[in-house]
Design a protein around this ligand. Structure first.
Ligand SMILES: Cc1cc2nc3c(=O)[nH]c(=O)nc-3n(C[C@H](O)[C@H](O)[C@H](O)COP(=O)(O)OP(=O)(O)OC[C@H]3O[C@@H](n4cnc5c(N)ncnc54)[C@H](O)[C@@H]3O)c2cc1C
Ligand SMILES: *[C@@H]1O[C@H](CO)[C@@H](O)[C@H](O)[C@H]1NC(C)=O
Ligand SMILES: *[C@@H]1O[C@H](CO)[C@@H](O)[C@H](O)[C@H]1NC(C)=O
Ligand SMILES: *[C@@H]1O[C@H](CO)[C@@H](O)[C@H](O)[C@H]1NC(C)=O
Ligand SMILES: *[C@@H]1O[C@H](CO)[C@@H](O)[C@H](O)[C@H]1NC(C)=O
Ligand SMILES: *[C@@H]1O[C@H](CO)[C@@H](O)[C@H](O)[C@H]1NC(C)=O
Ligand SMILES: *[C@@H]1O[C@H](CO)[C@@H](O)[C@H](O)[C@H]1NC(C)=O
Length: 496
């Protein structure tokens, strides 16, 4: 009797708390909706706000859409600002009402909630101009573009910028995190090639940010993502671009030891900065394999550099002289789009035989294990850049990397899967796999225990210190200076 009374009151109270959680949620939704209406009234006719009407609303769906479905959320509304002034008005309303929001460039964020929200989704598509200046050797690029569009716009001038390696990636998030490119061995990270930003500050001010005008913001935006406001334009340095040589080769499991050997040899002997490779070890359809991207920044590659890779028996091969844009389109990076995903990363000093054995073993181990869950594509991107990649910027010229003393080579873990109930399984696996690879590297003497991780590859719960090192305090100070009310903290991401 006593027991059933207790059970009954427990039931009643949990029901009550369910009801109150529900009503809190409804209250929040109502508040988001009224913020949406206020924004709709405030913006000019170059901007548009979209509601999630029942049935299809293509513009709203496009605005909230992401490369990974796990990075998409059902926003109360979406808004596509068409001018920096309207971005300012939107930020002022969001800040006043303390409404959660998200800023989306190309929507390739791997972490849930980094560019998605249940509040107001800002989609930057209308910032889509590319203006090349021959005199300044720069291109002014709208923050709503993907790299393919930037390359296509610059191709007629035979110039290029330091941007993404595969098709579909947004230029904004890529650049605001750092930017590892086919051109990085020659020119550094994308952040090393920036001449300026147009930034809308949380108070609505439109700032032209350069080394001269706002040195603190100019430094902080080079790695600091969405912490200081919303970027509407980037001014990037350009360089002359010929046709290039390269493409993609796929290789099946019998030949992966040869890929390991060729990768180690490339990494340890090739010093030509025009050459780059990107082998992705993957587990697909119950077997390990490699999709190998080759790049040389000239119409023909000198003999020797890629011979070992080209001698490996292959499954498919599409390697030739082509435009840069065509090369970027050759890698089918959308093969797994529409699935859930998680990224994580390890920073290495070198790709050694031991590391490559461990990468192959991790591919098989986690490939087998996660394929029994809802895994569809388990992969490891091996990125053997030159050790000099951080020498293209002055010491502490950018928020990321926090130190330029040694070049660090990122390895990206990428798992694609389908079931939301498996989220934690995949997050845990990525953490364990990254820890294992780091331990193997340390076991052979690589000094990477505290090496900075790349923010565009790091999992959402990575401590700020692991990405920004000794720069965290400086970044907090810049944030406090330009966003004292914490408006940008209403948007997801790594927050100062
Ligand atoms: C298939 C694929 C290939 C990739 N290849 C590479 C690669 O070769 N090299 C590399 O370095 N990285 C690579 N990445 C990682 C990539 O850099 C990140 O996913 C990057 O964040 C994508 O930028 P986005 O604009 O598409 O992302 P979004 O999801 O739109 O944004 C990412 C972050 O940037 C913020 N942001 C976006 N726009 C603005 C803005 N205008 N103002 C302020 N903040 C903004 C968002 O709020 C969010 O926090 C790749 C990712 C994928 C999925
Ligand atoms: C947009 O508004 C401006 C100024 O208010 C006006 O001059 C212009 O005609 C409008 N354009 C459209 C397409 O409505
Ligand atoms: C070229 O640079 C100068 C000086 O920074 C600037 O005033 C001018 O607007 C730039 N021109 C273009 C077309 O970008
Ligand atoms: C890879 O390198 C190792 C060590 O040099 C060698 O023993 C092995 O035969 C090589 N394997 C292939 C497939 O080239
Ligand atoms: C991937 O991109 C290619 C080339 O742009 C396109 O033909 C194909 O339909 C896309 N696939 C998916 C799943 O989006
Ligand atoms: C392969 O990887 C798994 C998971 O990290 C590990 O437990 C195992 O010991 C590894 N095997 C070898 C031979 O390294
Ligand atoms: C790097 O420079 C920034 C901006 O000038 C400054 O705030 C920061 O403290 C510096 N970081 C270090 C570690 O010196």
């Amino acid at each position: 009797m006593r027991r059933s009374l207790a059970t009954a009151s427990l039931l009643a109270s949990s029901l009550l708390s369910l009801v109150s959680a529900e009503s809190l949620l409804l209250e929040a939704r109502a508040q988001y909706t009224s913020t949406c209406s206020e924004i709709e009234q405030a913006i000019s006719n170059v901007s548009a706000l979209h509601w999630p009407y029942l049935g299809l609303n293509a513009a709203y769906q496009k605005d909230i859409g992401h490369w990974a479905v796990s990075s998409t959320a059902q926003a109360a509304c979406s808004v596509e600002p068409g001018s920096a002034e309207d971005v300012g008005k939107i930020l002022q309303i969001l800040g006043k009402n303390k409404t959660p929001f998200a800023v989306k460039g190309g929507g390739h964020a791997s972490n849930p909630g980094f560019s998605s929200t249940e509040g107001v989704q800002i989609a930057m598509y209308r910032f889509s101009d590319v203006k090349y200046s021959l005199d300044n050797q720069t291109a002014e690029v709208g923050s709503g573009l993907i790299w393919d569009e930037v390359y296509a716009a610059l191709e007629p001038y035979a110039v290029n910028v330091v941007g993404g390696r595969v098709t579909g990636v947004g230029m904004a998030g890529f650049t605001l995190g750092g930017g590892y490119s086919w051109k990085t061995n020659q020119y550094g990270l994308t952040v090393d090639t920036i001449a300026g930003f147009e930034l809308v500050l949380p108070d609505g001010t439109v700032a032209q940010v350069s080394q001269d005008s706002y040195p603190d913001l100019f430094w902080g935006l080079k790695g600091g993502f969405n912490n200081f406001g919303i970027v509407t334009k980037f001014i990037l340095k350009t360089h002359y671009q010929t046709q290039v040589w390269g493409g993609i080769i796929t290789i099946t499991q019998e030949n992966l030891e040869a890929v390991n050997n060729a990768t180690v040899k490339f990494s340890q002997t090739v010093t030509d900065p025009k050459a780059a490779v990107l082998p992705t070890y993957n587990f697909l359809l119950d077997a390990p394999g490699v999709s190998l991207l080759l790049f040389y920044d000239y119409p023909t590659a000198p003999a020797g550099i890629f011979d070992d890779f080209l001698a490996i028996p292959y499954f498919t091969k599409d390697v030739k002289t082509r435009t840069f844009l065509d090369l970027v389109g050759a890698a089918p990076s959308n093969a797994t789009s529409g699935t859930r995903c998680i990224f994580h990363t390890v920073s290495l000093e070198q790709y050694t035989p031991t590391i490559m054995d461990a990468v192959l073993n991790e591919t098989k181990f986690w490939g087998e294990y996660l394929s029994l869950r809802s895994g569809t594509f388990i992969s490891y991107d091996v990125e053997p850049f030159l050790p000099s990649i951080f020498s293209h910027g002055a010491s502490n010229s950018s928020a990321y990397p926090p130190s330029r003393a040694t070049g660090l080579l990122p390895l990206n873990i990428y798992y694609a899967y389908t079931a939301e109930v498996d989220d934690d399984t995949f997050y845990d696996a990525a953490r364990q796999s990254a820890a294992r690879l780091a331990a193997v590297a340390q076991g052979e003497g690589q000094d990477i225990a505290d090496a900075p991780l790349y923010g565009n590859y790091a999992m959402f719960d990575t401590p700020l210190e692991r990405i920004y090192g000794a720069n965290v305090d400086g970044l907090r100070a810049v944030r406090e200076r330009y966003d004292p009310e914490g408006v940008m903290a209403l948007a997801g991401g790594f927050k100062f």
